[in-house]
Write a protein that binds this ligand. Structure first.
Ligand code: 5CA
Ligand code: ZN
Length: 410
C-alpha cells in the first residue's frame, strides 16, 4: 500500500558538516547491552507497524519517531537505508472492534491507516521504502507457513473443526534468546498479548499460531494449508524476509513487542532461512502514558497528533517534546512537556537566524556523538540549548543539521 510523502533531508556535505563520525550504537534487547550498528554500506530497518483498529495516538508516534532518528542518523552517515514497515490490517483485535462498532473491518482499517499517514506526514517522519499490509501479502505469508510445515517446524492441532497450524518452538533451538525471559514470564505475556497458551492439542503452551483455519463470518484467504488467515508473528517474519532478506540490522517496536512478538517472529525467520539470528539488534521503545496510565481508548486518555496540529501546535514542538526524554524510558506526555518544547523551538529558531560568527563544529560534534550513544536525545537537546544561549555562536547551517538529524524544521 502507499506510505506517505517524504520530507526533504538536507545533505550532510553542506557546511558546517554534521556528518557523524561514529557508528550508531543501540541497546539490543537480546544482548542486554549497547551494540554498534552498521557503519557503512547498507542499513536494513524493519519497524513493526500499526494494527489499525484503534485511533493511533502520540504513543505510537513516539515509537516511529525513535526509528526515524535511526534512519536519519544512518543517512547522514552516508549509509543507504532500506526501511520496511508492515500494517497488521487483519487480526483478531481489528475484527472484534469492527464487529462491536458495526463497521466493516476494511473500512475501520482504512480510516485508521489514513489517520496514521497524516500524523507521520505532519511529524516529518521519513516514510518506509515499502509499506506493506498483511492482506496484500497473504499469499507470501501462507507460503512461509507452508515452508515451516515442510521442514517439520509446524504442526496442526488435533481439532476436527479447526485444525489450525502452530509453530513448534523447539524447532528454533534457542527460543527465548531475544527477550531473555523465563518460562513463567513468557507464559504470562503470551496469555496477555494475543497468544493462547491454554489451547488444547499444542505441543508446548508457548507455540504460536501460524495459520488460523476459516471461521464462519471471518475473512479468509485460500492457501495450500486450506482457507484461513495468518497468525501475527509470521506476518512480520515473512514480510521482512521478502523485502529485506533473511537477516536485518534493526528490528524495532515498542517494549510490549519484546515478547511474544519479536521472539516468535525471530524464531520463524531463523528457521525459515536456516540462520542463527534474524536481527542484529532488537530495539525497543518505552511506553508513553497520559494522566498516569498507558494511553488506551478504553481509558479515554488519548492524545492525538492530528488534534494538536489542527489546534495550531507546531509539529516541530511535538517532536521536541517526544525527544526530551530518552526513548527507552517509559514516560508521560504532559502539557508542560509541550510548553517547554515550544519555548525551546522558539529559542532555536532565533539562534538559527543569527549571522555567521563563532564556529559551531564543536556543537555539531557533541550533537552527533550524543545521538550515536543509543540516541541520547536529552544530551543532544542540551548541546543545542547551549548553542542557542551562546550569542557568539553562528546560526548558519544549524537549521540543516537540526532538520537532517532530528527532523525539526527551524
Ligand atoms: N501491528 C503490531 C506490530 S506488528 C502492533 O503492535 N501494532 S500496535 O498498533 O499495537 O502498535 C504499533 C507500535 O506502537 C508498536 O511498536 C507498539 O509497541 C507501539 N506502541 C503502542 N502503544 C504505545 C505507547 N503507549 N507508547 C509507545 N509506543 C506504543
Ligand atoms: Zn510486527
Amino acid at each position: 500500500m502507499h506510505s506517505w510523502s517524504a520530507p526533504d533531508i538536507p545533505a550532510p556535505s553542506s557546511a558546517p558538516s554534521f556528518r557523524p563520525q561514529l557508528p550508531l550504537r543501540l541497546y539490543d534487547t537480546a544482548a542486554g547491552a549497547l551494540t554498534d550498528t552498521v557503519s557503512s554500506g547498507t542499513g536494513t530497518l524493519y519497524v513493526c507497524g500499526i494494527t489499525p483498529y484503534d485511533a493511533t495516538h502520540i504513543g505510537h508516534a513516539a515509537t516511529y519517531l525513535t526509528f526515524d532518528l535511526v534512519n536519519r542518523y544512518w543517512r547522514a552517515s552516508g549509509i543507504s537505508v532500506r526501511y520496511v514497515q508492515n500494517v497488521t490490517d487483519v487480526d483478531d483485535p481489528l475484527l472484534e472492534r469492527a464487529e462491536r462498532d458495526g463497521v466493516g473491518w476494511q473500512e475501520l482499517a482504512d480510516q485508521q491507516i489514513e489517520l496514521f499517514r497524516g500524523d507521520m506526514t505532519a511529524l516529518r517522519v521519513l516514510p518506509p521504502e515499502h509499506y506493506i499490509g498483511v492482506v496484500e501479502e497473504m499469499a507470501e505469508v501462507a507460503a512461509a507457513v507452508q515452508a515451516l510445515v515442510d521442514v517439520g517446524a509446524a504442526y496442526r492441532v488435533d481439532d476436527t473443526d479447526y485444525p489450525d497450524v502452530y509453530f513448534d518452538v523447539s524447532a528454533s533451538g534457542r527460543f527465548g534468546y531475544e527477550s531473555g525471559y523465563d518460562t513463567d514470564t513468557m507464559l504470562a505475556l503470551s496469555a496477555e498479548r494475543g497468544g493462547d497458551p491454554g489451547r488444547t492439542g499444542k505441543k508446548d503452551p508457548l507455540d504460536p499460531l501460524l495459520w488460523r483455519m476459516a471461521r464462519p463470518g471471518e475473512p479468509s484467504w485460500p492457501s495450500s494449508l486450506g482457507q484461513g488467515r495468518a497468525g501475527w508473528h509470521i506476518e512480520c517474519a515473512a514480510i521482512a524476509g521478502k523485502y529485506l532478506g533473511p537477516s536485518i540490522d534493526v528490528q524495532g517496536g515498542g517494549s510490549d513487542l519484546i515478547f511474544p512478538h519479536h521472539e516468535c517472529s525471530a524464531a520463524h525467520a531463523e528457521v525459515l532461512a536456516g540462520t542463527q539470528r534474524f536481527a542484529r539488534s532488537y530495539v525497543h521503545t518505552g511506553m508513553l502514558s497520559y494522566d498516569g496510565e498507558k494511553m488506551s481508548k478504553s481509558l479515554g486518555n488519548l492524545v492525538f497528533v492530528s488534534k494538536l496540529v489542527a489546534g495550531g501546535t507546531d509539529p516541530g514542538a511535538i517532536r521536541l517534546a517526544l525527544l526530551a526524554d530518552h526513548y527507552r524510558t517509559d514516560r508521560a506526555w504532559t502539557d508542560e512537556l509541550l510548553a517547554t518544547a515550544e519555548d525551546r523551538l522558539q529559542r532555536w529558531r532565533l539562534a538559527a537566524a543569527r549571522p555567521a560568527a563563532g564556529a559551531v563544529e564543536p556543537v555539531l560534534a557533541e550533537l552527533t556523538t550524543a545521538l550515536s550513544d543509543d540516541l541520547d536525545t536529552p544530551r543532544a537537546l542540551a548541546a543545542l540549548d547551549r548553542w542557542a544561549a551562546d550569542e557568539s555562536l553562528s546560526g548558519a547551517g544549524m537549521a540543516d543539521a537540526v532538520d537532517a538529524l532530528l527532523g525539526v524544521a527551524l
